[in-house]
Design a protein around this ligand. Sequence first.
Ligand code: ADP
Ligand code: ZN
Ligand code: ZN
Length: 722
Amino acid sequence: MPLRRLFDYLAPPGAVAGELSRGMRIRVPFGRRRLVGILIEVAERSSIPPAKLKPALEIIDREPVFDERLLEFLLWAADYYHHPLGEVLATALPVALREGAAARGIDERWQLTRTGRDEAAGIPGGRAPRQRALVERLAQSAASPTELESLGPRWRETLRHVVARGWVESIEAPLSIATLSAGIVTPGPNLTDAQAGVLRALTAASGKFAVSLLHGVTGSGKTEVYLRVAEELLHANQQTLVLVPEIALTPQLVGRFSERFTTSLAIIHSSLSEGERLAAWRRARSGEAGIVIGTRSAVFTPLARPGVIIVDEEHDGSYKQQEGFRYSARDLAIVRAQRFGVPVILGSATPSLESLENARAGRYSRLLLPERPGAARHPRVAIVDLRHHVAHEGLATPTVDSITRHLQAGGQVLVYLNRRGYAPTLFCPGCAWLAPCQACDARLTVHLRSQRLRCHHCGAQEAMPLACPQCGHEVKPVGQGTERVEDLLRDRYPEVQMARLDRDSVRRKGDLQSILSRVASGEARILVGTQMLTKGHHFPDVTLVVIVNADQGLFSADFRASERLAQTIVQVAGRAGRASRPGEVLVQTEFPEHPLLKSLLTSGYDGFAAAALEERAQAEWPPFSRLALLRADARDAQAPFEFLDAAREAGNLSQHGAVQLFGPVAASMARRAGRHHAQLLAQSRSRAALHRFLARWVTALEAIKPRQGLHWSLDVDPQDLM
Ligand code: ADP
Ligand code: ZN
Ligand code: ZN
């Protein structure tokens, strides 16, 4: 339940002392419902009068789903993010387990209890035929879930009934400790000297907690290092947990692990079915899976013998959950590693400023892979000044000339822009009408392929109007999206095959694979795409990368915008010249003098990072201060401000100067999907002071009676201040 409190129950009938331990699931009555709960503490007394205490219904697990260390880690996380414990624990469990499925797979068997044997004969045949069939089956012999499936699709439910009546119980064979076979299918390449040096440092750090920041340019061989680390740990019979930003977008990484090792891999991500997810969780917990690869929530996976946690692309924003329990999987990976006494490796070509600062301060050790293996060279980066060259449909003449040259030389070309659809606005030259979203403070994006206008913020869509609804004048799309750039290039190079990579072009399963393989095979020679291009793909024959517009991130109100822009430019640029052909990168901008772009182009990501960290220190932004953002939204425009004003007042009472409050202010897009958003920022130079404040503040916030329909949430270490 999204409530910041625990609930007391009596032990379930028939439970014996010692049978109950922390971290087990128990079924409990809750209002009129029966819910799955996690046992947090076994106590001798309760503040609730005994007459009012209800007994729990049954113990679901024989042994805790969260062992003591994992539970302590989750309690810590709930505390740190000031989030209701129930939701934190639910986030950490596969859905099937939240709903009461067995935590054990293969070993699980069910048998009749003595009461079951005695009373089974008394089940009325007509009224509960399924229960009767189940009991009769178990009267012959104990049975596994697979054997019980012959009783029909609802056997689990029936089983719960008879378990609740005390007639059937589960028996579990003791966990067999699987030995991890480190069988290597294909041997890896000989490591370069730099890789070997990094591996030596990582090996020296194994067996205890330490954070290593592996900073290696794109294509420098970081993944190869991960593979070697995993291999060493398999030999030591220990598991490797690899976190990745988005599995669907990075099939290569999973592919490289599965090609290298015969050991069982557990892959955990959001598009698994519940059954698959549960199976992967079980194999990780039993120790059967030597390597566990997963997205954000995989940081909570139980591991029998953890050896290392690797966070690939540690700077990636998708490690932060943006709703509900707003945790950072990167940050929690570090805390988990610390509590479990294992090393953690943060890998990136463009480390976050936080991690770079931690390395500079000596809290992390920084390991460098400055070169690409073999003949691959860094690309040459040049600016195309949009003030001097008119851009036709987004591409300036020198850019088009370069594309022509690279195509003629047999290279592939990658064109990046951060907007899907045809054009970001539909405009009427007659009356200056701009197609608005009815529910948001935003314009609708033109999608020409589907002839629709879509809101990228709330998902609303409508048919594309032929004429202006206000004055009847002919309307026209303004600005560039990926569809439009694709059309332009198709007109220009009719004989060249093209591909487009954005959320719209990969809607169906298999789309992504087919686009990637058309590019990899060389069939498609131009690839136009969004942010999705930055996600670790290997395109060895790409020799030119075009960044259509670098300007969006330069003047944003969000202090992280410039960091994200620099990361994107460097990541996209890193797709060029990965094999033996030299690469070239063109960055189109109207602001070639902008200090950020200049530092990035003259001294690379390191130069940018140093300048940006300097700016953050001056302005006291993270990592030089700690933030928490209180957000509120409601249908009514005033309600969020009323709540936040009250929150501010409550905050003023309980803080002692170490924490500053800024706001409330409207969110940068105040109205989204018909709700008005506002926020209040808490900032402190001291993490401890901020958290002492937040603990008191949250209690005060819960006491505020908000207007009906108002939602609020607290975001600790927010990634996005907009
Ligand atoms: P990153 O993870 O840093 O992007 P990868 O590990 O994917 O880098 O390596 C980039 C490319 O170089 C891959 O094709 C990989 O197989 C190859 N590679 C990595 N290490 C070596 C090596 N020591 N010798 C030869 N090729 C290597
Ligand atoms: Zn008009
Ligand atoms: Zn909208």
